[in-house]
Every structure is written in C-alpha cells, then in structure tokens.
Design a protein around this ligand. Structure first.
Ligand code: ADP
Length: 349
C-alpha cells in the first residue's frame, strides 16, 4: 500500500516547483497500517499558498484509491519552529505551554476556536494537544470526529496512563469521554478540578509544545478552581460582537486577573465578526456592529488577537469532525494570524 501511495503522490504537482511533491521533497512521511493511510506533507516555506490545495488533492486521490480506508493527510510547514521550553513535567512527558480558551457565555464559538487554533498551531509544526475541560458541554470529540472514543489505560511503571485520541496528529482528551454532561451540573469545583488534573497528568500526551484547554463557558467557582490549579500559562478569550458589550466578557478577563489567579490574558478573539455571502465574496456585513472587540481590548488593556467571520465551512467543519483551518485556505489564513500572535505572546511569558 505504501508503494501505491507513493505512486499516487508522484502525480501531484506543486505549481511553483513545477515538479511532483515527492521530487520536490514535500512528503515527510507515508504510513499504511490497519486500514489507515497517513501522509505527512512538509512545505519548505511557511504559509505556502498551495499547501491546503495540495492537501485536498492528496486526500481525494487517496480516498478514491482506497475506498473504505481511513485517510489522514497532515500538513506541516517550514523547518522545525523554535519550540517553547518544556515546563510542566507530567508522568508521560513534558508540556511546554498550557493555553486556556475561555468565553463569557456559551455559544460564541469557544470550542470551534479551540479546535481551529489547534490545527493552525499544528500546521506551524508544533506538537499540539487539546484537553476538553468543558464539563457542561464537551464538544471537542465532535470537532475532531472522535465521538465514542473509549480511552484505554495502560500500566507503565506501576502507574495508569490514559491513551488520548489522536486526530490529524493532535492529541485529544475530553472530560466527555468519561462523563455525561447532565452529571456535570452536580459537579463542584473540587471534583471537576481533580478530574481535570488527573487528565493533564495521566494522559499519555508525549511531549507537547502547546496544550489547549477548552474551558467551560462563563465564570464561577468551578472555573476559578480549575484555572487556579491547572498551571495555565496564558488565556485567550473568545467573544462575538453581540457579547462583547455585555459584562460577561469583562468578567472573564477579570477572572484571570484575580489576585489569587494572575494568569496573563494573551488577548481576545472576535468570532463571527462579519458575514460574507458566497455570491458576494467582497462584501462584508457587520450584522452586530463593528470593531467592538478592538475597542474593548483598548479600553481594558487586553490585546486584540484577530477576528474570524461567520463562514459555512467553519460550521460544517465542526459538524464533520474536520476543523476548517485544515481544509479551507481562507479560514487557515485567519487562524494562522491569530496563532502567530498567540505564539509570539506565550513564548515570551
Ligand atoms: P461554544 O464552545 O462557545 O459553546 P461552539 O464552538 O460550540 O460554541 O459554536 C457554536 C456553534 O456556532 C457551532 O454550531 C459552530 O459550528 C458555530 N460556529 C462557531 N464559530 C463559527 C464561525 N466563525 N462561522 C460559522 N459557524 C460558527
């Protein structure tokens, strides 16, 4: 099967080099095992304008050639990026930076942003994990198409280690693999915190440059104890234009700035910032006002990390378990800008 994959890849031409991607040296890894075909592409340039197009091409070639097989094409760019120093030693490796993604309210796209940011960081060549800590509505398994995953435990050196799901080279652990969301309503801060601490320390993450933590929406005791205990390096706040004017977002920022917590807020992301209809790609409709997050950022001394419009591919990507930042070049560009800023801020801290 590997040889067959190689032959297929030999048909894909990079428009700039004018040669196929194998000759151009863009194929880093080909794997074929257990009914799964894996290809890792690495482009010399970061932001190769043809990266996503070639990825899609390779995916459809593989799907066509191996119907029924699971097809995974991962895109990486540039050489190895400068990596953050490993800080938190876990039982299974080291995690360099833990970044929490928070929102004042549910439904603003916090989980969608987490998943797409994870994909953007992975495309930059970082080793990325996602811990879905949203005890009230864990949605990362759906975002990455691994619902129903049942984490196995293995014993190593007398300690139980939990095996994360892996989707597109991203390691994923979700509180949703273990609990029903209806149970979570009864959870108190300490219970949630203990369970999440265990998931951070006992999951077999391997070495990670970034662990993204999808927090429950809102602010409250559960949140305070979670963020206080989990050794978070930075927080990213997600808001929509409608929500930005509401006190929840400010409460979210203040939660991290609480004297007992003092976690740096890397900045705010405005999600669903505008709408562009397919047939009028140059028109932007700011249905709920414009520039709110920027103004908020200035007023409260928070950085503005970027904005993402309402796009059908983003919604579909979360439904289909393939975050749009890995498929749609426009979405990948918005998220890359955000990821660049987040990395810049977190590397310094
Ligand atoms: P939260 O985690 O804040 O509760 P979700 O990430 O689950 O919110 O998003 C809520 C809904 O909005 C989902 O159906 C998601 O697909 C959709 N969504 C989020 N961001 C966008 C976007 N930029 N464009 C289109 N749909 C989006």
């Amino acid at each position: 099967m590997e040889e067959h994959i190689k032959r297929l890849l030999g048909q894909v031409v990079h428009p700039e080099t004018g040669e196929d991607i194998i000759t151009s040296g863009f194929v880093e890894h080909i794997g074929a095992a257990d009914g799964k075909a894996t290809v890792v592409l690495r482009f010399a340039k970061s932001r190769d304008p043809f990266a996503v197009k070639i990825k899609n091409q390779v995916e459809s070639l593989l799907r066509e050639a191996f119907p029924g097989a699971e097809v995974l094409v991962v895109v990486k760019e540039g050489g190895q990026p400068p990596r953050p120093e490993p800080k938190l030693k876990t039982a299974t490796g080291a995690i360099a930076k833990i970044i929490a993604v928070a929102s004042g309210k549910g439904g603003v796209g916090k989980s969608t942003v987490t998943a797409n940011l994870a994909v953007a960081l992975r495309n930059m060549g970082f080793r990325v994990g996602v811990l879905d800590a949203d005890i009230y509505g864990p949605s990362q398994p759906r975002m990455f198409g691994v619902e129903g995953y049942l984490p196995d435990a293995v014993e190593e050196e007398g300690v139980d280690r939990i095996i994360p799901a892996v989707a597109g080279d991203i390691r994923l652990m979700s509180i949703g693999f273990f609990i029903k969301p209806t149970d979570a309503l009864l959870w108190r801060g300490a219970m949630a915190t203990n369970a999440l601490k265990q998931l951070i320390h006992q999951t077999k993450w391997g070495t990670l440059d970034f662990l993204l933590l999808d927090l429950p929406p809102g602010t409250g005791d559960v949140h305070l104890s979670i963020i206080n205990e989990l050794k978070i390096d930075a927080a990213v706040i997600v808001s929509t234009p409608q929500q930005i004017a509401v006190a929840d977002v400010l409460r979210g920022v203040e939660m991290f700035r609480n004297p007992n917590v003092q976690i740096p807020v890397a900045g705010i992301i405005e999600n669903m910032a505008w709408f562009t209809p397919e047939e009028l790609p140059d028109n932007r409709y700011y249905l709920f006002g414009r520039g709110g997050a920027r103004r908020f950022a200035e007023e409260y001394g928070v950085d503005f990390l970027g904005e993402v419009p309402i796009v059908q591919s983003i919604m579909e990507g979360s439904e289909e378990g393939r975050p749009a930042a890995g498929i749609d070049p426009r979405v990948e560009k918005w998220y890359r800008e955000i990821a660049d800023k987040v990395v810049g801020k977190v590397m310094k801290s």
